[in-house]
Design a protein around this ligand. Structure first.
Ligand SMILES: Nc1ncnc2c1ncn2[C@@H]1O[C@H](COP(=O)(O)OP(=O)(O)OP(=O)(O)O)[C@@H](O)[C@H]1O
Length: 270
């Protein structure tokens, strides 16, 4: 998709060939409009970054696309099928990284992965074999028999990621996947995701780390106030600039002279 603000253009039909096609998605929490008529196409095989300031509506959008949250209005299609017409079918196609507080952390890492696989209809033997592959890939072999509640934040993140991948979904939706993951595991994870996209899988990540998005993603959408303000390939959105600078131009919010007069390096105590 070229740089294209499709806000409010609900008449523009969804793209049945896209991995994800969103039209006029809307969600309100009380008086707060979290997602305000958002439209976006995510091509099959893309590594798509969703970026935006805190509270922009990224997580709310992803939750509606993955069948976790009902939209107030609008349409989300996954590989040509309306998510909300058959939400269970959509969930089988997608791998969603659970949040650490959404997992059964009294299971061991191995048990959690086998459980996640069996929940998606896999046989125990196959789920166990894949769980062991994933534990190795994420450097969690030594912690396979440890309860997840005793994992560090980064280890928990990795086991959450692994549980999103075990059923080999066609689309992976990952909210801040690299946050608190160490550089070695992060590099391994990037290799896995890049290979996954290369073989036709679609990866959608939300991230605040612009350098990472610029390096890893093929496409990016900048979300602000519940709408897409720019979307396309990284080059199309960056327009020859550093992606972070372009992001700041698009969303604004930089204070001319960010200055807290009382934050004086402790001079007052000297
Ligand atoms: N369950 C909820 N109940 C009430 N308000 C909510 C709920 N979830 C999100 N919101 C509000 O919706 C808006 C969008 O939130 P959302 O979490 O989608 O933003 P985000 O772009 O993912 O932000 P961040 O980068 O900080 O994670 C925010 O104003 C938030 O306070």
């Amino acid at each position: 998709m070229s740089i294209d603000n499709m806000q409010g253009n609900v008449a523009f039909p969804p793209n049945p060939h896209a991995a994800v096609s969103i039209r006029g998605l809307f969600k309100r929490f009380g008086n707060n409009i979290a997602v305000n008529g958002l439209s976006l196409d995510i091509p099959v095989g893309s590594f798509y970054g969703l970026v935006g300031p805190n509270g922009a509506g990224k997580t709310t959008t992803l939750n509606m696309v993955t069948g976790l949250l009902t939209p107030d209005a609008g349409l989300a299609m996954i590989l040509g099928a309306d998510v909300w017409r058959n939400v269970n079918a959509a969930k089988r196609i997608i791998g969603v990284m659970p949040q650490p507080d959404q997992i059964f952390d009294r299971l061991t890492g191995l048990q959690l992965l086998v459980y996640a696989g069996m929940l998606r209809g896999m046989k125990r033997t196959e789920a166990t074999a894949r769980a062991r592959d994933l534990l190795a890939a994420f450097d969690l072999n030594a912690a396979a028999g440890t309860m997840v509640t005793d994992y560090s934040a980064g280890m928990t993140k990795k086991i959450c990621l692994a549980s999103a991948m075990i059923h080999s979904p066609r689309i992976l939706v990952l909210d801040e996947p690299f946050e608190s993951v160490d550089p070695v595991s992060s590099a391994n994870l990037k290799d896995i995701l890049i290979e996954y996209a290369r073989t036709g899988g679609t990866v959608i990540i939300s991230s605040h780390v612009m350098a990472l998005v610029e390096k890893m993603c093929t496409h990016v959408a900048v979300v602000n106030n519940g709408q897409v303000c720019a979307a396309g390939t990284i080059d199309q959105v960056a327009q020859g600039e550093d992606l972070e600078d372009r992001f700041l131009q698009l969303v604004g919010g930089r204070h001319e002279a960010a200055h807290l007069s009382w934050l004086d390096g402790g001079k007052a105590l000297a």
